[in-house]
Ligand binder design. Sequence first.
Ligand SMILES: *Cc1c(COP(=O)(O)O)cnc(C)c1O
Length: 428
Amino acid sequence: MSRSQELFARAQAVLPGGVNSPVRAFRAVGGTPFFVARAEGARLTDVDGKTYLDYVCSWGPLILGHAHPAVLGAIQAAAANGWSYGAPCELEVQLAELVRGRMPSVELVRFVNSGTEATMAAVRLARAATKRDLLLKFEGCYHGHADGFLVKAGSGVATLGLPDSPGVPAPVAGLTATVPFNDTTAVEDLFRRRGPELAAVIVEPYMGNAGFIAPEPNFHATLRSLCDRHGALLIFDEVMTGFRVAAGGAQERLKIRADLTTLGKIIGGGMPVGAYGGRADLMRLIAPEGPVYQAGTLSGNPVAMAAGLVTLRETARPGFYETLERRTARLVAGIGDAARRRGVPTATGHAGSMWGLYFAPGPVRNFGQAKGADTALFARWHRAALARGVFLAPSAFEAGFVSSAHTDADIDFTIAQLDAALGEARAR
Ligand SMILES: *Cc1c(COP(=O)(O)O)cnc(C)c1O
């Protein structure tokens, strides 16, 4: 028995499924998860001493790779000054200013501790501002695990093929309407029928929790104009895309101004941080300026703020996003070409350094089509890739990430290993 297997057995006795977040348990791909001993740059090393090139990057936050020296230094320096104050500190102001500079629609911002907290609060604010209750989300989009979002949700819910979660009261789920992503006709239809009830439309601008799905031209412009016409708010959930697909997030890439934006992942540089922000007139409704309540004992934590601040500053170096996107495009093209040579129908996509692949003929434009992909082939491919030292997200319904620590040589190595792994996956 390997040390990872031993630890997983112990973990299952004390943690549900042996993990603290479901997809980590590898249920969708088989086998047992490896336990990490340490990580540096683009690589993870497990407790048995095996090293993996990492395309999960902590599920998105680590755009600089693991243990980046500048971030490590900032964390150490911040911690040396004490790591939680319960009182304001300058780092919160600096990070807020940096976020607003990068995302002009975020006129005011509130820091929280996770993406889930950010989306929960943004929806509460939207409901308070519009005095309406209905929320529209898209099938396969994931906005964290709060009750109202676990309706046709992506991420682990999609990976495990779960129905909408037990424990969510039907009246709460009933306040969430869903339509397919990229389906402007369905959105128009919903607005026609229920426009006066709609508080907000929440959307992952590029879907990343059902695999990677890009928006079609005009999809977001249609959402923007329908929201404006019907007095609903547009919430861009940029927890994943924020500072990932461009310096100013998806809203910069798509040239759409959201009313509210939710952030997480990269904004904390790998520490537990989330944020929501947007139009000042809306954000001034948040306590203590307004009546909409939201609070956090550890919110604005100085160590987390320092990690986020340095991470974002590093991404501001000239050419940072261009280099990352070029490497990601090469990776995705390399895998796609290899699959085609082997006669495996494959649909690939990327935006910035966020990417995905389905074993399906494509194009994949919504979650319904994504579910038609060959998940059994994906599972075998994942296991073969892992054995060859490449760690992909253990689910056919998750995006992958390239960090600035991934070199061109790493990309070449990955293409070769994933090609060989696909050969092995098909032979079985
Ligand atoms: C990860 C993610 C969340 C949830 O963030 P947590 O920090 O896991 O709570 C919400 N929305 C999107 C788009 C995400 O990718």
